[in-house]
Design a protein around this ligand. Structure first.
Ligand code: ZN
Ligand code: ZN
Length: 147
């Protein structure tokens, strides 16, 4: 399906009036190939570096913004750190560990109950793809319980 996604993304970039240059394709490929579900612009810069495609950092940033605009990526601002991106094809919330800095995915289904209660309490519609809860991950919580 990567091939289908790739051509769909290229179509979407063109439809948005963008030119599909070699550096942009390199960014797109790095995004589609990322094993890490979450990545920063620096991760993509590093990934492209291996491909020998000359791509400057500004192009990476602009292309990631473009991919966010066309809906391929979601951008998350986690804490005060660098913006983190993830592919938008499977929505989920995030669990941020204050101790070790890990980011875990929280399946949207887990949030359904609380999202429903928030809607009936406040009439507020939660964007579950942008939910980020901070606390201690399982490993850090276990350490805290022992120590
Ligand atoms: Zn994510
Ligand atoms: Zn942790």
């Amino acid at each position: 399906m990567i091939g289908g996604r790739r051509s769909a993304a290229i179509e979407a970039i063109r439809a948005a009036g963008g030119r599909v240059t070699a550096p942009r394709q390199a960014v797109l490929d790095a995004v589609l190939d990322a094993d890490e579900h979450h990545f920063t612009a620096s991760d993509i810069v590093a990934a492209i570096h291996h491909t020998k495609q000359p791509t400057d950092r500004a192009t990476v940033y602009r292309t990631l913004e473009l991919l966010t605009e066309i809906g391929l990526l979601d951008q998350l601002q986690l804490d005060s750190g660098a913006a983190v991106y993830h592919r938008a094809d499977h929505p989920h919330g995030h669990l941020l560990c204050n101790e070790c800095g890990s980011v875990e995915e929280l399946p949207s289904e887990v949030l359904e109950d609380v999202v429903g209660r928030i809607a009936s309490h406040a009439g507020f519609v939660v964007d579950t793809a942008r939910v980020a809860l901070s606390g201690a991950c399982r490993a850090c919580a276990a350490k805290a319980a022992v120590g």
